[in-house]
Ligand binder design. Structure first.
Ligand code: ADP
Ligand code: MG
Length: 705
């Protein structure tokens, strides 16, 4: 048996459970060892039943004096009720829909229950507590599992089962060799791997668990930093160093219809310098909506063009790619820059401010020969037939919209060199998060908005003021402006119909959420029959979408009802109202993105937030939208309140802990960075084969491998 032994081979697991464990991503002994608890229950403080009060969490211990499982009258749901008694009193505990619990908890048995105590007209009770059968009353010192780890669970695999499986393999933790150099661990008081693995699953105290957790957070940050520093070291000669054409760039900047912000100047200058070096640039330009990232990328593009090299720009949607074409055409009107657009099945060629549709082979030939200087497109750029002659700069707009492979395809090594890479994101990512997750890139932040931008007035609208809000929209349209209406869904889907017997009555369900189709119909027919209302959503064909966007941008439509597809980059300066339905369903970062679609002209703009139900009117997050205008502040708040899921997406949710801890303890990141840099001064990673191996698996999971 080894660390790679499949879990199915363990006698305690077997084929039945191993299938289920696979749903948690656990296949081998090693997977299970590195499957960490999401939290711990401290069962070491047992409270006497007569001392508990409703509303708080407790652990109690006693004998089951009654146990009964029955079906509820109306809904045929299994309800298990037990009464537990200790020497001070008795209390009821209830579980819903888990009939097997009734079987496990027989009268006369001794149990620990841990959970929240509630109260109804019959008195206090504990609802759905964690339970553990114990043979005899616990004495203070001997029993294991005083601190109980709780794991991510799946159907048929409880935390309890995971603890059971783990107890049989924890011995193996001793077999895993340490991969972080000992000196680094000792110096920073970080526990070695074997000890940390034991302590994270079987902590004697919560402090021990926390300490073990620190080890893995440090490890993550150390590996991220190591990956970045090593890449720089390894790629030290593989880039395309570009000459900085300072005079031309100055001239270009002074030809702009506005003055660059200090943040823009600094970012552009830093990157021009990066690109003049032999190490390929890998930089994330993190700037709020409207902070002017495009023009920064244009400065780099111009310098690349002046070096007679190509630029490739990838955007997540056709709308956005098309918009970039327009912007670059405008910016480079006075330059002999040839621009190509490859978006979906559309091929455009633009030169000196004029653009026309062209045939695919013609455009691809121009790209291949190097005649097309800037190639803009969607992921269609990634097709094999798109071959660039001599790209030296790859720009990825809204980079979080692309997968790791897609980004790697665009930016990967060419036969002779790798291009400089500029990733841009308009989801302001808090710095700690960015460094933790995108830590293998350097980061520039545009934290300053162009001067003269008006603050967007943001209001939460209560249901009784809905008609008034519509009248306001009408008045804005009458003044010649336009409005967006955002809904969370396209239409109601039957398949999403939740089981009506589920026990979460307070959670709002789909039928209360506004949909684009219904709202469009309602607004066009009932509210604004005299105005032109359009509709946009992700299921429409790209020609349809384009036609709608065109109609909206040429004012053939007054109001556009849309899903979050307008979130990214759409530029309609004439729109002054952003009305968001079921606003509580969106993250702050996303709401801020929507809001960024307006306020793009000198006119005052308004963001109106509607909620699905009045319970959401008081939400702290929504209130923050009305008072805070900085995307970075909102993002930071979102991160603290909801965790990093919104920024990372589902598949990265396992990093939650690491990110949140780094947030609380930012010095750990500095320590890890310094240790990684120091290590690489005198060593290489492959001196320690286990470290090399770890780093390889680690980076393959990293955002930008
Ligand atoms: P984003 O960072 O969201 O991609 P854009 O690059 O689209 O923002 O810029 C938003 C708008 O601001 C554009 O119309 C652009 O021309 C304008 N802009 C960019 N920089 C400045 C500046 N320094 N001063 C005034 N307007 C600017
Ligand atoms: Mg942009």
């Amino acid at each position: 048996m080894s660390l790679d032994t499949p879990l199915s081979a363990l006698s305690r697991v077997g084929p039945k459970f191993s299938k289920k464990l696979e749903k948690l991503g656990l296949k081998t002994v090693s997977d299970l060892l590195f499957f960490f608890p999401t939290r711990y229950e401290d069962l070491s403080h047992i409270t006497k039943i007569d001392e508990i009060t409703s509303g708080a969490d407790y652990v109690i211990q006693g004998i089951i004096i009654r146990s009964n499982t029955h079906r509820s009258f109306k809904k045929h749901m299994a309800i298990t009720e037990i009464v537990v008694e200790d020497d001070s009193g008795a209390i009821k505990a209830i579980w819903f829909n888990q009939p097997y619990i009734g079987k496990a908890l027989a009268e006369g048995a001794m149990v620990n229950l841990a959970g929240k105590v509630a109260e109804d007209q019959h008195g206090m009770y504990i609802s759905n507590p964690l339970y553990e059968l114990i043979g005899a009353p616990m004495r203070n010192t001997t029993h294991t599992g005083r601190i109980i780890p709780i794991y991510r669970e799946t159907k048929g695999i409880t935390s309890k089962a995971i603890r059971y499986f783990l107890s049989s393999i924890l011995e193996w933790a001793k077999e895993i060799p340490e991969y972080i150099p000992k000196e680094i661990l000792t110096k920073n008081n970080i526990p070695p791997l074997n000890e940390a693995l034991r302590a994270i699953h079987y902590p004697k105290t919560l402090e021990e668990a926390t300490h073990a957790n620190q080890r893995f957070i440090f490890e993550h940050l150390f590996l991220v930093s190591l990956a970045r520093e090593q890449r720089k070291k390894e790629n030290y000669n593989s880039g395309a160093p570009l000459t900085i054409h300072l005079e031309e760039i100055k001239q270009f900047i002074s030809s702009l219809p506005f003055t660059l912000t200090e943040a823009q100047k600094k970012a552009a200058w830093t990157m021009l310098k990066n690109m003049s070096e032999t190490t390929p640039m890998q930089r994330l330009l993190n700037g709020d909506v409207g902070s002017g990232k495009t023009v920064v990328s244009a400065i780099l593009a111009l310098n690349t063009f002046l070096n007679k090299r190509q630029v490739v720009i990838m955007a997540p949607t056709e709308i956005l790619a098309r918009q970039h074409l327009d912007t670059f055409m405008r910016l480079f009107q006075a330059y002999p820059v040839a621009i190509g657009l490859i978006a979906g099945k559309k091929y455009h060629y633009a030169f000196e401010g004029l653009s026309s549709e062209t045939k695919k082979p013609i455009l691809l030939k121009g790209v291949r020969s190097g005649k097309v200087n800037i190639v803009i497109g969607t992921h269609a750029l990634l097709e094999k037939e798109v071959v660039l002659a001599n790209p030296a700069l790859a720009v990825i707009d809204e980079q979080h919209r692309f997968g790791v492979e897609q980004r790697a395809l665009l930016t990967g090594h060419r036969p002779t060199f790798s291009p400089h890479v500029l990733s841009m994101t308009a989801t302001p990512i808090p710095r700690t998060l960015a460094l933790t997750v995108f830590g293998d890139m350097d980061i520039s932040i545009l934290d300053e908005m162009p001067k003269g931008r008006k603050k967007i007035t943001t209001k939460i609208v209560s249901p009784e003021n809905r008609m008034q809000a519509y009248e306001f929209v009408r008045s804005q349209v009458k003044k010649g402006f336009q409005a967006f209406v955002i809904c969370p869904r396209i239409e109601l889907s039957e398949s999403k119909n939740p089981n009506p017997y589920t026990l979460t009555p307070k959670k709002l369900t789909w039928w209360e959420v506004k949909t684009v189709k219904d709202e469009h119909e309602k607004l066009q027919n009932l509210i604004f029959p005299d105005l032109k209302v359009g509709m946009l959503h992700g299921k429409m064909k790209s020609e349809e979408k384009e036609a709608i966007m065109k109609a909206f941008s040429t004012k053939a439509l007054d109001i556009l009802v849309s899903t979050s597809v307008v979130e990214v980059g759409v530029d309609i300066p004439n729109a002054t109202v952003m009305l968001i339905e079921s606003a509580e369903r969106f993250g702050l970062a996303q709401l801020h993105q929507f809001r960024g679609r307006i306020g793009r002209s000198e006119h005052q703009s308004y963001c109106l937030l509607f909620t699905t139900s009045i319970v959401h009117l008081e939400e702290r997050r929504l209130k923050a939208m009305t008072t805070t205008h900085s995307g970075f502040e909102l993002a930071e708040m979102d991160l603290r309140l909801r965790g990093p899921g919104e920024f990372l997406g589902e598949e990265q949710s396992g990093w939650s802990d690491i990110v949140m801890s780094t947030l609380k303890n930012p010095t750990l990141l500095n320590i890890a960075e310094n240790e990684a840099k120091n290590f690489l001064i005198n060593h290489t990673v492959n001196e320690i084969p286990t470290l090399q191996e770890k780093l390889t698996t680690f980076t393959s999971k990293l955002h930008l491998a």
